[in-house]
Design a protein around this ligand. Structure first.
Ligand code: HEM
Length: 337
């Protein structure tokens, strides 16, 4: 049985010494944008949720850098986040939280706690060229060199953890090589967990969602890394000229796929349904109220979409509520007051 206090322990372990406690402990730096979501003609057949049958649904999205560091280092390699809130026709909301990693690091809250403790950022220990060559010969991946000014390594502890824990290897190796996008809207984002959707004919399907950018995926050139703070300015400039769009894709799981473990991929040839198009056209003026104070929650679902039994998805519901309370975020949808 899960430790009842684990949701809080997870939030505590994620607090960063160089973070600002008024910011999120992870995904601290971000920017929001508003727009609308239009479902594809077939979406309602697969899911009866309001935003898949309404003509158009208003949305607010928050893009973020995964790090808990309060300083902005957009050009550094990092997972990015995209949290989307759909304002449904009946006045309620539903959230879809996604990140640029297709798989998570851990199958359970307990293993994620172990990971988060082991992977706490630590001071860089640069590797000499000789060490890199010896590591290559032993089939050990060489460490990447720190960026100019980078003193804390986000990857070292995680990579050591991956050596000991096979389940985390896919997520950690992908994270260590993820790089930086040229724009928040030129990355693909994955909700990673399995959700259960109910269709018009009451068929229930176990699915995974991801956002694909219509402009295409484009990373920066690591040999010519851009200045530290460019992602927020780029989004503002871009949306002032033209909207940015994403397709919402839904992958349908089949018997034998792991529905309760987001560290395990599904076979790539699973059926994918195009569920709709997200159009973002405005960056709200008030980025404190409409971005920093917002509280998203992966458990904020609606009729037609349920959480699977994935224990990590379940624990996130409490962890995000606790984190929002600790940082003085807007009322979390799960707060009792
Ligand atoms: C046990 C696993 C996890 C824990 C404990 C955890 C914890 C947290 C916490 C505490 C926050 C800050 C929430 C707030 O203060 O509002 C956060 C934000 C975030 N997390 Fe996680 N997380 C977990 C897994 C994931 C996964 C699997 C994803 C990918 C879908 C993810 C994506 C994000 C994103 C995108 C944000 C920023 C949301 C925003 O813009 O408000 N997290 N996480």
């Amino acid at each position: 049985m899960s430790d009842p206090g684990i949701a809080e322990k997870l939030v505590a372990v994620l607090q960063r010494p160089d973070g600002d406690t008024a910011l999120r402990p992870v995904h601290s730096i971000g920017i929001s944008a508003t727009g609308s979501f239009e479902p594809s003609p077939i979406a309602r057949h697969y899911c009866v949720a309001d935003h898949f049958s309404a003509e158009k649904t208003d949305v607010i999205a928050r893009f973020s850098n995964g790090s808990g560091c309060a300083a902005v280092h957009d050009g550094w390699s990092d997972v990015r986040g995209m949290a989307v809130r759909f304002h449904l026709g009946d006045g309620t909301d539903t959230d879809l939280i996604a990140m640029t990693l297709p798989e998570f690091f851990a199958p359970t809250p307990e293993t994620f706690l172990d990971f988060a403790e082991a992977a706490k950022p630590r001071m860089y220990e640069a590797e000499s060229p000789w060490r890199k060559i010896c590591n290559y010969l032993q089939l050990i991946l060489p460490k990447r060199d720190p960026y100019p000014g980078e003193t804390i390594s986000p990857d070292d502890g995680a990579i050591e953890f991956a050596d000991q824990n096979a389940y985390s290897q896919l997520g950690i190796m992908q994270a260590a090589q993820i790089g930086a996008p040229t724009s928040y809207v030129r990355a693909a984002y994955h909700a990673v967990h399995t959700f259960v959707v109910t269709g018009e004919d009451n068929t229930r399907r176990w699915v995974r969602f991801s956002w694909q950018p219509i402009a295409g995926v484009l990373r920066t050139d690591p040999n010519n890394a851009p200045v530290d703070d460019y992602l927020r300015a780029e989004l503002k400039d871009r949306l002032a000229k033209e909207p940015a769009r994403f397709s919402l894709m839904m992958m349908i799981g089949e018997v034998g796929d792991d529905f309760n473990n987001s560290s395990r991929p599904w076979p790539p040839h699973r059926k994918r349904i195009m569920m709709g198009t997200l159009t973002l056209d405005t960056v709200p003026e008030d980025q404190i109220a409409d971005c920093e104070k917002l509280s998203f929650n992966p458990g904020l679902l609606t009729n037609g979409i349920e959480a699977s039994d994935d224990p990590v998805l379940r624990v996130r519901i409490d962890s995000y509520r606790i984190s929002s309370e600790w940082r003085g975020g807007s009322l979390c949808p799960f707060s009792e007051s």
